[in-house]
Design a protein around this ligand. Structure first.
Ligand SMILES: [Zn+2]
Ligand SMILES: [Zn+2]
Length: 422
């Protein structure tokens, strides 16, 4: 089996990996590069973007734009596989954005032709056998894949972490569905902070519960598809006896998860309690505003609230109209509001104002957790991707594991990679 990382050996975002055996091509992810970073542009790949596609397929690990965003540019006849709930959440997101961003209209059309797989159910493509394994990430319904062909097994992690609500199940799932593998193709986003340990998601939830109890009005800015955080905030608001407000789009995202029938939805985290999240109503005379009645304002000031907001004029206007003190919280990566950062978002910085609390934890695995993870899989070699510093990744782990640093666009017979150990 050959492996070629078309993009991602030295950058985060836009990773594209190809596994090839006997003329069959299995690709993993075809997303966009992150805004602000160095760009290689639209990636042209034989047997994926053009050429003979009769023995090609694409697996999508999860719905983040840097993994799925460019599938709209792929030929219709290319089979694409992803998780069902992930596809459904992407549909809600694209439907919401389709009038503002044309690519989302195209995404909606493309999603009609996407095949879905089930976690823990092996499926075949040519000589490849593929086992989707559900992983914890800041996108819901994210997957790693165990890919076997030619007597060689690879565990392709996609983006994941081990400090989330669902991470405790990972060792059991690896034992049941994966076992030991020959190679791990592993995300290394957090390698630049090798000593750091991210706060566990449940501890962050405790902090939110305390904040909501101590502050009557809280406005939280987070990514609308960070499902675990969203439900965590909802449950924290329930415990603090605060009403939980979202807009119609955000409610649709939550409903999609609650009604998805995913194995995870057996957990109370993803179930509505006594009080469902309340949907903000749009003003029927002014689509750019929410309808704000006196009784709505009174209810907010009397009982307190948690409002899930996004940085746009509609929310800005609403927040201005709500009486009383408000605690503003940023619950996503703070690079978005650091001036000079590649990902700086001026609207978000303005909406947050100067005075806000930062309450967040990473969607990506820490290096100390990775060490434990590798011991479960016991590979012959580890190939870092989705990282800016694969050499630093090698320095962290080379005392225990052979780390294979590749370059973009170079083909290798995976079983002959032993000579490239660092
Ligand atoms: Zn990513
Ligand atoms: Zn991701």
């Amino acid at each position: 089996m050959d492996i070629k990382i078309h993009r991602g050996t030295h950058q985060i975002g836009g990773s594209v990996t190809e596994y090839e055996h006997h003329g069959w091509h299995l690709f993993v992810d075809y997303g966009e590069e992150l805004p602000g970073g160095p760009k290689t542009g639209d990636l042209q790949v034989e047997c994926l973007t053009h050429g003979d596609l009769s023995k090609s397929a694409l697996l999508i690990t999860h719905y983040h734009g840097d993994h799925i965003g460019s599938i709209v540019k792929l030929p219709k006849e290319l089979p694409i596989y992803m998780g069902k709930v992930g596809r459904d959440i992407q549909r809600v997101l694209s439907n919401h954005l389709k009038t503002k961003i044309e690519a989302h209209q195209l995404m909606l059309e493309r999603l009609e032709y996407v095949y879905t797989f089930r976690e823990g159910k092996v499926f075949k493509f040519g000589p490849f056998s593929i086992m989707p394994v559900t992983v914890d990430h800041s996108a819901f319904d994210a997957y790693a894949f165990k890919i076997v062909a030619d007597g060689v097994s690879v565990f392709h992690t996609g983006d994941f972490r081990l400090h989330g609500f669902r991470s405790g199940k990972t060792p059991d799932m690896l034992q049941e569905y994966v076992g030991e593998v020959d190679y791990v193709v592993c995300e290394g986003t957090n390698v630049s902070r090798p000593e750091a340990a991210s706060k566990e998601e449940y501890r962050l939830q405790k902090d939110f519960e305390k904040l909501f109890k101590e502050n009557k009005g809280c406005v939280v800015y987070l990514s609308s598809t960070n499902i675990d955080r969203l439900f965590s905030l909802y449950q924290a608001a329930q415990k603090a006896h605060r009403a939980f407000y979202v807009d119609e789009y955000q409610k649709e995202v939550m409903d999609t998860v609650v009604n998805s029938g995913s194995i995870w939805t057996k957990s109370k985290l993803y179930q509505y309690g006594k009080h469902e999240p309340k949907s903000l109503i749009y003003d029927k005379y002014d689509k750019n505003s929410f309808f704000v009645s006196d009784s709505f304002k009174n209810a907010l000031s009397e009982y307190g609230y948690v409002l899930i907001a996004r940085a746009n004029p509609r929310f800005d206007k609403l927040i201005e109209q709500i009486p009383g003190e408000k605690k503003r919280v940023l619950s996503m990566w703070n690079g978005y509001v650091k001036e000079g950062s590649n990902a700086y978002n001026e609207n978000l910085a303005k909406s947050l104002d100067e005075d806000f609390d930062y309450m967040h934890t990473s969607g990506h695995v820490d290096m100390s957790d990775l060490r434990e993870f590798f011991r479960l899989l016991h590979p012959k070699g580890i190939i870092p991707i989705h990282t800016e510093k694969p050499e630093a990744f090698a320095r962290v782990f080379c005392d225990e594991w052979p780390i294979i640093v590749l370059n973009d666009g170079v083909n290798h017979d995976i079983t002959c990679l032993g000579s490239k150990y660092i």
